[in-house]
Design a protein around this ligand. Structure first.
Ligand code: S3P
Length: 472
């Protein structure tokens, strides 16, 4: 069975270059009615699907397309709300962004440091990645822009981004208490190259500095003590930048970018998102008798900590059709229902699976034995406090769980009672994780609002139903 996408993205009334479905009329704040849903065990999940394009690569392809000279053609773009907000911001900054077909987009860029002053605030909705990467790109241009987002994004830390950007010559000229959104960023007229050691393993901080460094003369260096996802580095190289990355210490990297390159528009094929694949993968492992194939899943080792962990737990996940495009490897994953056992997940693995702990905690609840996930402090500053939210999701469904410092400890008993109502806290991954839990729990699991799933995986519900999930 091959899943066919049944509909265009919703909320797409604004006309852009004759493609009325390219953008939303207004950026959603999801003040519309919450959309609750219940997930009930349905037996085996079967079939072959392709989850949507990778969110990290989708944001970066639009931003680098906009900073290049000439045309960038993107296929397989994730048409989720987060990425559409980045597309809108690139348009507002002067690039021509056009939807040319299903998941196919064309960007005509303005060149490095070529952004124009936007006429209105840039609103990134729920997306930390879009907001933070665009801050970096704007920091190298002599313009000012207001950055804003929804109530979830307005609670998230931004000082970690504008601290290094200020060292490069940008200024934050209006910011509310605590360095949160909304804020006004004045880009540097003459940006300075810096050497910057990131205070936490964060691809968003690293990428913001590198994107600002594009406009600076000389060499910008980012040092990270634990390697975070390297899509910005790989894509910058693909667009013609002179950038190198070498090991630093046991787990870190030193990335060096030569500033003021001429970036040339390029073709980008966006592989399927491993962070979205995580949901059907775990659902297939826990729902007895399941056999599911996920095609074209990106297998960059800096993103696949979840698959490594699930295999250590005894999960049957086989790779085939291994290939690569623009430095990003991908493969088909065949996942079969498995008896899982508890494991200890080391803290240094966190950057390679930072968005996957919620759904790993679901797998751990169905495992036999204790799973200890170490070093999860960054989960507290995601779309919600995911450490607390994960523990709550498990507890209301009868799973024994404990937070100890930055560690999460889950007592797996081979089955999950279920029967709980899970609060999503404007967080797409909480909603999807809870629905996955319900695919195999003794009693159904309810979520209070599924609206935010559209930020990263607009067709999650129909795609899971196509595999046999019982969502009602
Ligand atoms: C992302 C980096 C990660 C991740 C986010 C996407 C990116 O955030 O959680 O969903 O595309 O660079 P941090 O950089 O804050 O770890």
């Amino acid at each position: 069975m091959c899943y066919l996408r049944p509909r265009a993205p919703r909320d797409t009334t604004r006309t852009l270059k004759g493609h009325p479905r390219a953008f939303k009329d207004t950026i959603l704040t999801h003040s519309d009615q919450p959309r609750p849903l219940q997930s009930r065990a349905s037996g085996a999940l079967t079939g072959k699907v392709r989850v949507p394009g990778d969110k990290s690569i989708s944001h970066r392809s639009l931003i680098l397309g906009a900073l290049s000279v000439g045309e960038t053609r993107i296929t397989g773009l994730l048409e989720g709300e987060d990425v559409l907000n980045t597309a809108k911001s690139m348009q507002a900054l002067g690039a021509a962004v056009e939807r040319t077909g299903d998941f196919a987009w064309r960007v005509r860029g303005v060149g490095v440091a070529g952004f124009a002053q936007p006429k209105a605030p840039l609103d990134f909705g729920n997306s930390g990645t879009g907001c933070r990467l665009v801050m970096g790109a704007v920091a190298g241009c002599p313009i000012s822009a207001v950055f804003d987002g929804d109530t979830s994004l307005r609670t998230r830390p931004m000082r970690r981004i504008f601290d290094p950007l200020e060292k490069m010559g940008a200024k934050v000229i209006a910011v509310v208490e605590g360095g949160k959104l909304p804020l006004t960023l004045q880009g540097a007229r003459d940006p300075l190259p810096i050497t910057y050691k990131t205070p936490v393993a964060s691809a968003q901080i690293k990428s913001a500095v590198l994107l600002a460094g594009l406009a600076a003369p000389g060499t910008t260096t980012v040092i990270e003590s634990e390697a975070s996802r390297d899509h910005t580095e790989l894509m910058l190289k693909h667009f013609g930048a002179d950038i190198t990355s070498v090991m630093e210490g046991q787990h870190g990297r030193r990335i060096t970018l030569v500033g003021q390159p001429e970036l040339h528009g390029a073709a980008v094929v966006v592989p399927a998102d491993p962070s979205s694949a995580a949901f059907p993968v775990v659902a297939a492992l826990i729902a007895e008798g399941s056999d599911v194939v996920l095609s074209d899943v990106m297998t960059n080792p800096l993103r696949t900590g979840l698959f490594t962990t699930l295999r250590e737990m005894g999960g049957a996940i086989e790779e085939s059709e291994v290939r690569g495009d623009a430095g990003e490897p991908m493969a088909s994953l065949r996942v079969r229902a498995s008896k899982l056992r508890g494991v200890e997940v080391p803290p240094e693995r966190a950057p390679s699976m930072i968005d996957e702990y919620l759904v790993l905690a679901v797998a751990a609840s169905f495992a036999e034995g204790t799973t200890i996930m170490r070093g999860l402090h960054e989960l507290r500053v995601k779309e919600s406090d995911r450490l607390a939210a994960t523990a709550d999701m498990l507890r209301v469904n009868g799973v024994k769980v404990e937070i100890s410092g930055d560690d999460l400890i889950v007592e797996g008993r081979g089955h999950v009672p279920g029967g709980g109502l899970v609060a999503t806290h404007m967080d797409h991954r909480i909603a999807m994780s809870a629905l996955v839990m319900g695919c195999a729990s003794d009693q159904p699991v309810k979520v209070d609002d599924t609206a935010f799933i559209a930020t990263s995986f607009p067709d999650f519900i129909p795609m899971m139903r196509s595999l046999g999930a019982d969502f009602s």
